[in-house]
Ligand binder design. Structure first.
Ligand SMILES: Nc1ncnc2c1ncn2[C@@H]1O[C@H](COP(=O)(O)OP(=O)(O)O)[C@@H](O)[C@H]1O
Ligand SMILES: [Mg+2]
Length: 376
């Protein structure tokens, strides 16, 4: 068993002659036994610090970290049953793969025979058996990454902490490594917290995703839920690529319906009908400024505007042909927007072309412009 419970965890770093940095602020989160949780957020949001706190490499300023109910705060790192794979997985260049993987066990004075068995087993699992006598310089980037994982595996920890294990890999290797990590976590049957700044890695690997911003947890949920019902504008914009686009407007009532109205700088009014299902909860926002959030795949090109229920006039800016799909960049009034089109829909576009765009209003998100929280 390895269930991690983090309660009100904070870490403040003093800074000489300046304001202290609160790298982690009141973080509360539970990682279930055998779960793979991904911690994601922009650079500097406190991900590494969180892992270092769990590993015992930093002392918490406030709050507790427990593993299966046992508070870890006062337990030294080597006694925590937690293994951390660092972002710069510095392998010892003069040691072989075997020796690199064995190093932690040797320090603990584990008998040679046990070390040998543990390393052989880990190498088998990681497809490194043929490489055990090689030195790091003879390995590919992906193999080196696996050696770093192997070093953690041989210790048989209850909890794995992986800090940006994918970030230094090039695209094809990264895709392969994502799959390997998911499989490894399943095969080992361990609890894992993986850190990344990349939302695609997070969506791809995480059973649940925890999004952090400036030391604070924003949302924890399964990938689908994070994508479909982000709790605020930050999460909505961070998860998903091309990102959700945000349009400022006002909710109006007219003809027994609610409408989302935008006024362009040229004085035109653009309006979209708000879904019936939202009318009760949005009644209290009539005449209030609101942000509409639309994902690129929820916009499409209208062939016959008369019959489409929700459309906007747009002007083509440029077109990104990506093979299976095309990202069409347009302007709606003065606001830039992107459409994700399957190539069957993507006829030739020329900058300056005028289009009618259909909006799938059932998929729209709305946000409070003051505090960014999602309106439901
Ligand atoms: N030892 C330290 N001393 C002072 N500030 C630190 C220290 N470690 C991290 N920080 C600061 O804490 C914040 C979070 O850092 P970090 O956890 O490394 O972020 P991330 O891993 O998400 O990029 C950053 O502002 C960073 O500069
Ligand atoms: Mg980091």
């Amino acid at each position: 068993m390895a269930k991690v419970t983090i309660q009100d965890l904070s870490k403040v770093f003093p800074v000489a002659g300046a304001k202290p940095i609160e790298a982690v602020k009141n973080l509360s989160i539970t990682v279930e036994d055998k779960e793979l949780l991904v911690l994601v957020g922009p650079s500097g949001c406190g991900k590494t610090t969180t892992l270092r706190l769990i590993a015992g490499l930093e002392e918490a300023t406030r709050g507790t970290i427990s593993l299966d109910g046992e508070v870890l705060n006062k337990i030294p790192p080597q006694d925590r049953d937690v293994a951390m794979v660092f972002q710069s997985h510095a392998l010892y260049p003069q040691l072989t793969v075997f020796e690199n993987m064995a190093v932690g066990l040797k320090l603990r004075k584990v008998p040679a025979k046990e070390i040998d068995q543990a390393v052989q087993e880990a190498a088998e699992l990681l497809d490194l058996s043929p490489c055990l006598k090689m030195r790091p310089e003879q390995l590919s980037g992906g193999q080196r990454q696996r050696v770093a994982l192997g070093r953690a595996i041989v210790r048989r920890p209850r909890l794995f902490l992986l800090d940006e294990p994918l970030s230094s890999l090039d695209a094809p290797l990264r895709v392969q490594m994502r799959a390997e990590i998911v499989q490894l976590q399943r095969n080992l049957g361990v609890t894992m917290i993986l850190v990344t700044h990349d939302q695609t890695d997070a969506m791809s690997v995480g059973q649940r995703i925890a999004v952090m911003r400036a030391g604070e947890l924003q949302q924890v949920a399964r990938p689908r839920e994070i994508y479909r019902t982000p709790v605020n504008r930050f999460v909505a914009g961070f998860i998903g690529f091309p990102a959700m686009q945000f349009l400022p407007g006002i909710i109006k009532q007219a003809r027994e319906k609610l409408w989302f109205e935008m006024k362009t700088s040229e004085g035109k009014t653009l309006s979209l009908p708000i879904e019936q299902a939202r009318s009760a909860s949005f009644q209290k926002r009539v005449n209030q400024e609101t942000i509409l959030g639309l994902r690129p795949e929820h916009l499409s090109i209208v062939r016959s505007p008369e019959t489409a229920p929700a459309t906007l006039a747009a002007v083509v800016e440029w077109c990104e042909y990506l093979g299976a799909e095309t990202i069409l960049h347009v302007k709606i009034g003065e606001w830039p927007a992107r459409l994700r089109l399957l190539n069957s829909q993507a006829v030739a576009f020329t900058p300056g072309d005028r289009l009618e765009i259909a909006v799938d209003m059932a998929e729209a998100s709305y946000f409070d412009p003051e505090n960014g929280s999602a309106l439901v």
